[in-house]
Design a protein around this ligand. Structure first.
Ligand SMILES: [Zn+2]
Length: 371
C-alpha cells in the first residue's frame, strides 16, 4: 500500500501544475486521470470549464441517489514549472517532501484510495478542480452545482497541525484603494501639489483601526505603490488590503467601512475596488460531520481527532456558505503548505483513507438529518 501510494504521489508531483499554466494543469489532469483509473478501476468524466482548466469527476452510485457525498480537491499548486527539478520528491524518516505534496496531491490520493475501498453502489462524487489556488473563478459554479445535490461535503485539503480537521475557515476579502492627487515639483512649488502618498499613509492608519483580532477580524495592508520620481509630489498611490473575517456579519460591516474611507472629504480622490472573495466557513458547518468522524476514528482504533478553526481559505468556504454540512482537512497529514519544507507524514496520511471511506459509507447508510 505504502509503496503504491508513494509511487502514485511521485507521478502526480512530477506532473507539475502551477495554477497560472493552463496547459500544465491539463497535463496534470491527464496524469491524475490515469493514476486514478489504476486505483479506482474507472476513468473520470472530464468536464471542460470556460476560462480555466477542466474538472475531473468520478461519480459512483445511482445518478439521482439521495444522500450523495461530495469529496472535493484541487490539482493545481503554487509552484512554478521546474520546481521538481530543484526539489524532487523525497522520502525520508516516513516523510515525503516535494512541491504540492501536502497542498494537496497526497489528499487527492486519499480520496481515490477511499473510493476504491467503497462499495461501487455508494453514492459519492470525487471532484478535482484545477484553479483553487487562484480563487476558483472558473470552477466555482460547478463546485456549487455538485455540492447542491449532496448531503455533505468532505474537503481533502491538508490537515491543520497535528492532523486536526478544519471545522471553520475565515472569509477573505481583498481591496485596492487608488488615490488620485495632483503632481508638482517638490522643490519649486510643492504647495501646488496634492500628495496622494500622504493620503495613502492616512488610509493605512485608518485601515489598521478596523482590526478586531479578538473577534477574528484582521485588516492587513499588504502592498503599496506611489509616486513618479524622487522630487515630485506624487499624484497617485495604490494600497492593497487583505481582510480576514471569522463571521459573515463582520465581513460585510468591514466592507462598508472600507468603502466609507473613500467618502471622507479630501482633495485627494480615493476609489475602492475589490470586495468579498470567499465567505467564511463559520463554526457549526462541520459539527455533525466532526461527530461522525470522531466516532469512526474511535471504531478504527485511531487516537482522538482534534479540530481547528483556521485563517486560510479553501473551496470548503463556498460549500459551507450554501448551508451544506462541510468538513475540511481530511486529506494529507503533514505541514508547510506553500512553503519549501512542505511535507506529508506517510503513515498518518494512509490512516486517513479508512477514515474518509468510513465517513462516506456511514453517511450513505445513515444520512444526516435534513435542514
Ligand atoms: Zn489547497
Amino acid at each position: 500500500m505504502e509503496e503504491g501510494f508513494t509511487a502514485a504521489l511521485r507521478s502526480l508531483v512530477e506532473a507539475e501544475s502551477p495554477s497560472s499554466d493552463l496547459l500544465a494543469v491539463e497535463t496534470c489532469g491527464d496524469r491524475l486521470a490515469a493514476v486514478g483509473e489504476s486505483i479506482v478501476g474507472a476513468a473520470p468524466e472530464r468536464i471542460p470549464l470556460p476560462g480555466g482548466p477542466s474538472a475531473l469527476v468520478w461519480r459512483r452510485g445511482e445518478a439521482n441517489a439521495p444522500g450523495r457525498v461530495l469529496l472535493l480537491g484541487h490539482r493545481d499548486t503554487v509552484w512554478p514549472l521546474g520546481t521538481t527539478q530543484k526539489r524532487p520528491l523525497s522520502l525520508e524518516d516516513g516523510r515525503i517532501r516535494g512541491p504540492g505534496v501536502f497542498d494537496m496531491k497526497a489528499g487527492l490520493l486519499v480520496g481515490l484510495y477511499a473510493l476504491a475501498r467503497l462499495d461501487p453502489h455508494v453514492p459519492v462524487t470525487l471532484l478535482v478542480t484545477g484553479d483553487e489556488e487562484i480563487g476558483s473563478e472558473s470552477s466555482r459554479e460547478l463546485i456549487e452545482a455538485e455540492a447542491r445535490s449532496c448531503q455533505a461535503v468532505l474537503v481533502l485539503e491538508g490537515a491543520a497541525e497535528g492532523g486536526a480537521l478544519k471545522r471553520a475557515r475565515k472569509g477573505w476579502s481583498i481591496y485596492t484603494l487608488r488615490c488620485r492627487g495632483r503632481s508638482a515639483h517638490a522643490g519649486l512649488e510643492p504647495h501646488k501639489g496634492a500628495n496622494a502618498l500622504v493620503r495613502m499613509a492616512e488610509l493605512v492608519a485608518e485601515a489598521q483601526r478596523l482590526n478586531a483580532p479578538d473577534r477574528g477580524l484582521t485588516v492587513t495592508p499588504t502592498l503599496a505603490r506611489a509616486g513618479q520620481t524622487v522630487n515630485t509630489v506624487p499624484d497617485h498611490a495604490e494600497l492593497h488590503l487583505d481582510v480576514r473575517a471569522a463571521c459573515s456579519t463582520d465581513q460585510w460591516s468591514v466592507d462598508d467601512r472600507i468603502r466609507a474611507l473613500a467618502d471622507a472629504p479630501s482633495e485627494i480622490e480615493v476609489a475602492v475596488e475589490g470586495g468579498r472573495n470567499r465567505p467564511p466557513m463559520e463554526e457549526g458547518a462541520a459539527t455533525a460531520l466532526l461527530e461522525r468522524a470522531a466516532r469512526h476514528a474511535r471504531e478504527l482504533g485511531e487516537r482522538p481527532l482534534e479540530s481547528a478553526a483556521v485563517g486560510g481559505i479553501s473551496d470548503a468556504n463556498l460549500c459551507a456558505a450554501m448551508g451544506i454540512p462541510t468538513l475540511d482537512g481530511l486529506g494529507a497529514v503533514g505541514g508547510g503548505p506553500h512553503a519549501e519544507h512542505e511535507w506529508v507524514d506517510v503513515d498518518a496520511t494512509l490512516h486517513r483513507i479508512p477514515l474518509v471511506s468510513a465517513l462516506v459509507d456511514g453517511l450513505a447508510k445513515h444520512p444526516l438529518p435534513g435542514p
